[in-house]
Every structure is written in C-alpha cells, then in structure tokens.
Design a protein around this ligand. Structure first.
Ligand code: TYM
Length: 339
C-alpha cells in the first residue's frame, strides 16, 4: 500500500532493524531502501532494535561491534540523522518501560499465534525465553511511543504491526484516545526477498548456507559468485510465472536496483540463458551497493562521529517518547512523578 500524501502536518514514520550481525540484501530492499526515500516527505524516526536482538544469545564484544557497524551502515545507506532522528533502542529507556506496560494489555494467546515466535522457538529450542515471546509488545512500544502513522517493513513484520494496532485499539478503548493506529508500509517490489538457494524461503541473515543470502557489505566477487550459483529452473527462459520462484526472485531484485519492469527485463534477456541473466543481476547489485560500501568505509573509521550521532538521536527520540509514556502512565493511574 502506498502512503497517502498530506497537505498539512507531515505524517510520522517509524521503523527499526536489529543489529544482529549481517544486514542482508533482503533487509535493504524490503525496508532500508524505503526508509531513505521517505525522509523528505515524512517525519521519520529510525532505530537499531538492539533490545530485540538479545532474545537470541549474543557474545558481548561481537554484539557491540555489530551495533556500531549497523549504525554506520545505515548512515552509509542514506539515513540523514539531521533530518531523521536515528538512535539505539536500548539508549531510550521509555521503550522498555512502555513495553512492560503494554505486556499487561497483550494476551498470551495473541503472542502465541505470532509466526516469528513459532519459527524462532523452533530454531532455538534451548532458549525459548520470555523475551522471545513478548518481543511483539516491545515492537508495539517502539512504534506507539512516536505516534507513528506508517511503519516501512518487509512482509514478515506485517503480523507484528497488526498486533500493534490491536494493542493500541484495546488501550484506546479502555482509556480514551492515546495511541495513533499505525499502518504497515510494505513495498510493491522487494517486500520478501527469497533465499538464493531455496527461493521458497525468505532470505535470512541466520541462514547457514552462505550462498543463500547476500550481505549488503559482501565483497563484489562474493556477490557475483552467489548470484551465479543462484537456483533457477530448467526452462531457461527469463520470464515471471508461477512456480518459477528462483527467476521471479531474481527479477524482483533486478527491478529493485535498476527500476526496470518485468516486461523490460523479459525483453532484455529474450533468447539469452540464465548465465547472462544471473551475471547481470549480480553486476547491477554490485553497482547499486558500491557507493554504500565506500561511505561505510568512511563512517566506520569515525567512531567519534558515530557516537555523537547516536547520542543526539537518542536525545531527540527521548523527548518525543517521554511525552507518550507520561500520558500512558497518567491514564493507567500511576502516581505522577514530581521530580
Ligand atoms: P529485522 O531486523 O529482522 O529486519 C529489518 C527489516 O528487514 C525486513 N526484511 C526483509 N524484507 C524483504 N525480504 C527479506 N528477506 C527480509 N528480511 C528482513 C524486515 O521486514 C524488517 O522490516 N522486529 C523487527 C525490528 C523492529 C521493528 C520495530 C520494525 C523492532 N521494532 C518497530 C518496525 C517497527 C525485525 O526483527 O526486523
């Protein structure tokens, strides 16, 4: 669905990504690329959802490094921290506070139905912790603190946004208008980038097969190799059709990075084999990511700048988040804080 344009106040956009190691081409095309494009027209607020990341066990030094790299990478992708507050979730304590309150307005049955919870508990059977279960109430807190109108995400987060709306509606029903009901903003192309090795499954950073996913920071030669090995089919014809999951996925990726339509892609590769097609997709992705790599190399060397940026982002975010949290606490009936 396309966001509506308004004439008066700008609509508010909120979204976040977990700094859990590799940021994939799926994350980029499904979410980040959209985030960047929305910054002029909307009031955007973006975060690294590091509290969500510890629902899966992290090694402390690596976790810290991943978070800093993710911050630098998102700046390199084009987040402008002067326009769009960009902060680290764990540095704005209102997120954890509101999440606790919302936990008390979220039903066990609702959380049990979340497909991400089911998937992740299957993947980590030795660590099905309470945080993994209540993950969606923290995500609801993230969104509702900023009274977001729209949340740009990939398809896999749609269910969590629907739950956010349900929690907000329930709270508003009990206490009067408190939260704006957010809508997901899911791109027409790129909302679900599939694995290059099993195109019936989503591309995921936790895939054990290194050829299945592309990291935004992969070296050009690795990106080319992975695309050349991408699974297709035996028809040897570049066209979009049901059942041609591998080719459909590659066509979607090609559209995202070149802007070409299915018809243009089919015409471009008419009479050519998959070898040419896969190499062209690889090259287009490499070219698209090249300036991001260059900027990342600059940002990551400048730790002082990164620290100053996320400190400023947290201050700006907190000023907004505090207002919503205060309102919520007053409505629920907590004693008012006088200090
Ligand atoms: P995360 O970190 O798993 O993913 C970040 C964004 O990338 C999208 N995405 C994909 N899009 C297309 N194809 C794929 N293969 C693909 N894989 C991932 C995700 O949909 C997401 O938009 N819970 C969230 C982070 C979060 C959040 C929030 C998002 C925390 N609080 C509030 C929005 C609003 C997550 O784990 O995303």
């Amino acid at each position: 669905m396309e966001p509506e344009k308004t004439q008066n106040a700008k609509k508010v956009i909120f979204s976040a990504i977990q700094p859990s190691g590799t940021i994939t081409l799926g994350n980029y095309l499904g979410a980040l690329k959209n985030w960047i494009g929305l910054q002029d027209e909307y009031d955007c607020i973006y975060a690294l959802a590091d509290l969500h990341t510890i629902t899966v066990r992290q090694e402390p030094a690596k976790f810290r490094r991943n978070a800093l790299e993710a911050y630098a990478l998102l700046l390199a992708c084009g987040i402008d921290p002067q326009k769009s507050p960009f902060f680290v979730q764990s540095q704005v304590s209102e997120h954890a506070q509101l999440a606790w309150i919302l936990n008390c307005y979220t039903q066990f049955g609702e959380l049990q139905r979340m497909t991400q919870f089911k998937d992740k508990s299957q993947k980590h059977p030795d660590n099905i912790n309470a945080g993994l279960f209540t993950y969606p109430s923290l995500m609801a807190a993230d969104i509702l603190l900023y009274q977001a109108d729209l949340v740009p995400v990939g398809v896999d987060q749609k269910q969590h946004i629907e739950l956010t709306r349900n929690i907000a509606e329930r709270f508003n029903g009990l206490y009067g208008q408190t939260f704006k009901l957010p809508d997901g903003y899911i791109p027409k192309t790129g909302a679900k980038i599939m694995s290059l090795q099993d195109p019936t499954h989503k591309m995921s950073k936790s895939d054990e097969n290194v050829n299945a996913s592309i990291a935004v920071l992969d070296r050009p030669e690795d990106i080319m190799r992975k695309f050349k090995r991408a699974v297709t089919d035996s028809e040897a014809c570049v066209r979009r059709a049901p059942g041609k999951d591998g080719v459909n996925n590659l066509m979607g990726i090609y559209t995202c990075v070149t802007g070409r339509t299915d018809e243009q892609i089919e015409a471009e590769f008419a009479g050519k084999g998959y070898g040419d097609f896969k190499a062209a997709v690889g090259e287009a992705v490499v070219e698209h990511l090249r300036p991001i790599h260059e900027k990342f190399d600059e940002y990551i060397k400048n730790k002082d700048y990164l620290e100053a940026c996320y400190a400023q982002g947290a201050q700006k975010a907190e000023a907004i988040a505090r207002k919503t949290l205060r309102k919520v606490m007053k409505k629920v009936g907590f004693l008012q804080q006088k200090f």
